[in-house]
Design a binder for this molecule. Structure first.
Ligand code: ATR
Length: 274
């Protein structure tokens, strides 16, 4: 069988094995896909062992995406811009080529599945960690008019803005000042607050009319951020399940040369989470 895995910590609740098994069924591929719990300290050794035992392409999630970038012999142009890798493609002579399919996956979900027009939107990106880094460049490529980054620790927002290097279009705001800095018609939650059980204090005043709010995370029922967005009268409200399925499809295409249809597994997982 083709052997794949996702590495992360924690990893036990990962939906990636179910998604990739569903894709494999679509093409009649004999595929094994495991979830491997890997703390940062032992990730490199675990990845090497996976490869030595015949492992092929791998996915990488929290908190390993920057580490994975550093382990790659080559990276795609998009991954090079972001500095974070979520998909590892085995190179024939050994070593890995790193990709980041989170950005393309988010755009595929927003534009193709949810039929949203991102051009001319003013985007507020909450968070500046690995998840934010992975999607910021794709959102700029997709044509948002401006990107404002706010992070609890401001220096990380500055670092991401510097990495992007488009001072005319990319701005940084202090998290605690958001209430007085205007409003946005596109807000993305790229923090891990929900995942880690933390809470965020966000003013309703930042939500402009006709707003689109997107949470990169997902869970059973509405996430805390999406519940907040609904209360603030955002018109379009989506969680990150669609992005999860689309980034997986992009990874599958890198490994197997064919992009699977995502509708069936998306509907199945949506029903499971609702
Ligand atoms: P990820 O890969 O999910 O981005 P990360 O790199 O650890 O993980 O980044 C976590 C992000 O969530 C950061 O932007 C973090 O803010 P800080 O850099 O200030 O720590 C943000 N975050 C986590 N918990 C939060 C909370 N309760 N409120 C606001 N931001 C939070």
């Amino acid at each position: 069988p083709h052997r794949h895995a996702v590495f992360g910590h924690p990893i036990s609740h990962s939906l990636s094995p179910a998604i990739h098994r569903s894709f494999a069924r679509e093409f009649g591929l004999d595929l094994r896909y495991d979830a491997i719990d890997a703390p940062a300290e032992t990730f490199a050794a675990q990845l090497a062992e996976f490869r030595a035992q015949g492992g092929g392409g791998a996915n990488v999630t929290l908190p390993l995406k920057s580490l994975a970038f550093g382990l790659c012999a080559q990276v795609s142009d998009y991954a090079a811009r972001t500095g974070v890798v979520n998909t590892l493609e085995p190179l024939p002579g050994g070593g890995w080529r790193g990709h980041n399919t989170d950005g393309p996956g988010l755009i595929a979900d927003l534009v193709e599945r949810q039929r949203q027009d991102l051009r001319e939107r003013d985007l507020l990106l909450l968070g500046a960690g690995g998840a934010a880094q992975g999607v910021a460049f794709a959102l700029l490529d997709a044509g948002v008019r401006s990107l404002t980054i706010a992070n609890r620790h401001a220096e990380r927002a500055d670092a991401l803005a510097d990495r992007i290097g488009e001072p005319g279009r990319v701005h940084v705001r202090y998290w605690d000042d958001l209430a007085t800095q205007g409003s946005w018609d596109f807000i993305i939650n790229a923090t891990s607050a929900g995942v880690e059980g933390g809470s965020m204090d966000l003013p309703f005043a930042i939500v402009a009319p006709r707003a689109l709010c997107y949470d990169l995370s997902y869970g059973r029922g509405a996430t805390q951020f999406l519940a907040w967005a609904r209360t603030a009268h955002a018109v379009h409200v989506f969680d990150g399940l669609g992005m999860l399925v689309e980034q997986a499809a992009e990874a599958f295409a890198i490994w197997h040369g064919r992009r699977p249809d995502t509708e069936a597994i998306y509907a199945e997982l949506r029903a499971r989470l609702d």
